[in-house]
Design a protein around this ligand. Structure first.
Ligand code: UD2
Length: 334
């Protein structure tokens, strides 16, 4: 899937377009005129490429770090052109799997999750939702756009929320083996007690995609709530770690997420055999895994906010956010 080769010399057209387009607002007429001038721009680029200014594109986003030390993009508003990226990915006819667990009382969050996903999440793409629940009859009926499907998969309930949360890795692994592998190209695994508020599109696609937890992006790594006990397979020493990633979103190629889920599940079970449960269950194992297997794309906290948290100045757009919930009311145990 080499996007650079999808059309002849797409970079020449797109980078020139970015540099102009993002430096100032354009009227619709100017915009259309600009489209007509693309051919000329392409020619100019080939003649004068050393003077072209593709890096203007990045200069709009100067108040945040937009690349990791291993050169993976960190996706913030202002670092990408949503229309352009969609135009690259849409011809590939991709299917995006989306898993969501709604076990026990969490089924009540499904309606808002699905309705807002239909408005904002991967609009224009084939999407297959996989809803895991112990209450299939309570899954709401939501109108899905063309090309979008929903499967309900029954899973056992539990009287411990820690177990529900942690068993997600195992269930994702086995469902990829049984079903998703043959039905989708990319996968996102998301928390259900959340809503989409703004565009979440193909800029988020990548081989292995993680999101920076909104509670820790301003902290130094010694403050991250990694698992700190060496007895756990999720252990991360105080002087190691890149970011604190949120467990509410994992994404990427189906096969890459499969490997992640399988490794985290195995480690979780190994810990259980040694009577240890990592501090933040699968989120701790996810963080350990991603320290050793760097994500190829990192989503900023725009892609995982929490309604309980006031918006900060560097977050220009909240795309997906966890709703405020009464833990005592929705969880099977406290
Ligand atoms: C954090 C993480 C979550 C997970 C958890 C650690 C964020 C924003 N959230 O959320 O992803 O890593 O810590 O265990 O980073 N669920 C049910 N039924 C239940 C309990 C949980 O279906 O009774 C599912 C549901 O999809 C929910 C998810 O598990 O969205 C995470 O559980 P949580 O929301 O209780 O965890 P929370 O908010 O502490």
């Amino acid at each position: 899937m080499n996007v650079a080769l999808a059309t002849p010399h797409p970079r020449y057209v797109y980078f020139s377009f970015f540099s102009e387009r993002l430096n100032r607002e354009m009227t619709i007429d100017e915009d259309q005129q600009y489209h007509r001038s693309i051919e000329i721009t392409t020619w100019l680029w080939s003649v004068q490429h050393s003077q072209a200014r593709p890096l203007f594109y990045f200069s709009r986003c100067t108040d945040v770090v937009s690349v990791t030390p291993w050169l993976a993009p960190i996706v913030w508003e202002g670092t990408f052109d949503a229309v352009l990226i969609d135009n690259i990915y849409k011809p590939m006819n991709l299917t995006v799997a989306t898993t969501v667990f709604a076990v026990g009382k969490y089924v009540r969050f499904l309606q808002d999750f699905l309705e807002t996903a239909e408005k904002h999440f991967m609009v224009g793409f084939h999407v297959r939702y996989y809803v895991f629940t112990d209450r299939p009859h309570d899954v709401p009926s939501v109108n899905l756009s063309q090309g979008r499907h929903l499967s309900v998969i029954q899973v056992p309930g539990s009287n411990r929320w820690q177990e529900i949360s942690a068993r997600r890795m195992e269930i994702i692994q086995t469902t990829i083996e049984r079903q998703i592998r043959g039905e989708a190209d990319y996968i996102f695994c998301l928390d259900v007690d959340s809503k989409f508020h703004a565009h979440w599109g193909s800029e988020s696609l990548g081989r292995l995609v993680a999101v920076i937890h909104p509670g820790y992006y301003e902290q130094t790594r010694d403050r991250f709530p990694y698992e700190r006990r060496p007895a756990s397979t999720a252990y991360i020493p105080m002087d190691e770690g890149d970011y604190y990633y949120g467990g509410a979103m994992i994404g990427g190629f189906v096969e890459d997420v499969y490997t992640l889920a399988k490794v985290c599940r195995t480690r979780f079970e190994e810990d259980a055999g040694n009577s240890i449960e990592a501090a933040w269950q699968e989120e701790s194992h996810l963080n350990r895994y991603l320290l050793d297997n760097k994500p190829s794309k990192v989503l900023s906290p725009e892609y995982l906010w929490q309604d309980i948290k006031a918006k900060t100045k560097e977050v220009k757009v909240i795309r997906f956010s966890g709703v405020i919930k009464n833990y005592a009311d929705v969880r099977p145990n406290v």
